[in-house]
Write a protein that binds this ligand. Structure first.
Ligand SMILES: [Fe+2]
Ligand SMILES: [Fe+2]
Length: 368
């Protein structure tokens, strides 16, 4: 019985007969040994160690022909790129078989960085330094933590829902997305822990936030989802993490934001460079760009609207104002943050060759 019937060129009968003959021959010392004598072009070539670093993914790609990445994946199986393939390997049904659909020029080094900078939300945060906060500050921190836990759910689901559709020929992208899923799991873990660690508990999940997350999930292609997730959504979250330094009531939260920030910067960097690669290598770049612009016209208001919900902006203002009595001055800081968030987003788009300045309907001035 076979569980895979498609694309198997050799019949089960021929396969079974060959297997039986092989197994019978084994008892008489007739080995196959084709694997021992195959034609392996890179025999003798070694991946170079980086002193003080180790063996990086990038270094293994410098061994020819293993680092040769075709614009179109030559097969659809799980055969590792560059290996010797038998005939009749089943196709896995990947939908992303072209390099431009998934690639970013920095993806190998981002993966190398990601694995070397993993951290532990149980041990690496100085939880024992948490101190009782005034109730308004604790509630504000817990509300921010609730919202961040919530958005990290989509960030963890996102790489998982697209990675399996990508051809193994581009394994670097799949490896990187696996690190992103782990990073995001740790982020939602650390923010949930923060909400529960100091007696505050979880706050409100806002409709506008949930609608934005649902829209990211609903994107009907990887490039649209990646633009909305990595460039737009996570870009904004990265600016929030950066602002965490002045928003944090204690060193515990400062450390949380710092640790999350280094992870988040990788996700945004991949997304920006992927967008660039996509637009530069698409077979019909003019039409592709226009389609993406039309998508961005709709996506930007959905994502930026998250930062108009009271349960999202007010706790930030309370943290920045160091209490509900300082909410007005806190709002001033949040207005400045808004300007920075929009400006950074427009710059990221520019870096990717996707100029949104003339089209983005989200104002650079805060709407509050
Ligand atoms: Fe995250
Ligand atoms: Fe992220």
């Amino acid at each position: 019985m076979t569980l895979v019937s498609e694309d198997v060129s050799r019949s089960d009968i021929a396969e079974d007969a060959e297997r039986a003959a092989y197994l019978e021959g084994l008892s008489e010392g007739r080995w196959d040994l084709r694997w021992l004598h195959d034609d392996r072009p890179a025999w003798g070539a070694k991946a170079a160690l980086r002193p003080g670093v180790g063996l990086t993914l990038k270094a293994t790609n410098q061994v020819e022909p293993y680092g040769r990445i075709e614009a179109r994946a030559p097969g659809g199986s799980m055969a590792p790129r560059g290996c010797v393939t038998e005939e009749g390997l089943p196709a896995m049904g990947y939908t992303y078989n072209s390099k431009y659909q998934v690639w970013a020029e920095n993806v190998e080094s981002l993966y190398d960085e990601a694995v070397s900078r993993q951290w532990d939300a149980t041990r690496d945060i100085p939880w024992h330094d948490l101190e009782p906060l005034p109730p308004d500050m604790e509630r504000a921190m817990c509300q921010v933590s609730t919202m961040l836990t919530e958005v990290e759910f989509i960030a963890a689901d996102f790489p998982a829902m697209w990675s399996w559709q990508m051809n193994q020929h581009f394994h670097e992208v799949k490896l990187f997305l696996a690190t992103q899923a782990m990073d995001e799991a740790r982020h939602l873990e650390v923010f949930r822990k923060r909400a529960l660690a100091n007696g505050g508990g979880l706050g409100i999940a806002a409709r506008t936030t949930e609608r934005a997350l649902a829209s990211i999930r609903a994107a009907d292609s990887y490039i649209k989802g990646s633009y909305m997730m990595h460039v737009l959504g996570e870009g904004i979250v990265l600016d929030i993490f950066r602002a965490g330094e002045f928003l944090s009531p204690t060193d515990v939260e400062k450390k949380i934001f710092r640790m999350c920030m280094q992870d988040e910067a990788r996700h945004v960097s991949y997304g920006t460079m992927h967008l660039k690669y996509f637009l530069e290598h698409h077979p019909d770049p003019v039409e592709a760009k226009e389609e993406l612009h039309a998508f961005a016209d709709a996506a930007e208001p959905i994502i930026f609207r998250v930062f108009t919900a009271p349960s999202v902006i007010e706790p930030f203002a309370v943290l920045a104002g160091e209490g509900v009595d300082g909410i007005e001055s806190g709002f001033e800081a949040i207005r400045i943050l808004w300007v920075k968030i929009v400006e950074e987003y427009l710059r990221r788009c520019e870096r990717a060759g996707f100029d949104r300045r003339g089209r983005c309907k989200v104002g650079t001035a805060a709407p509050f």
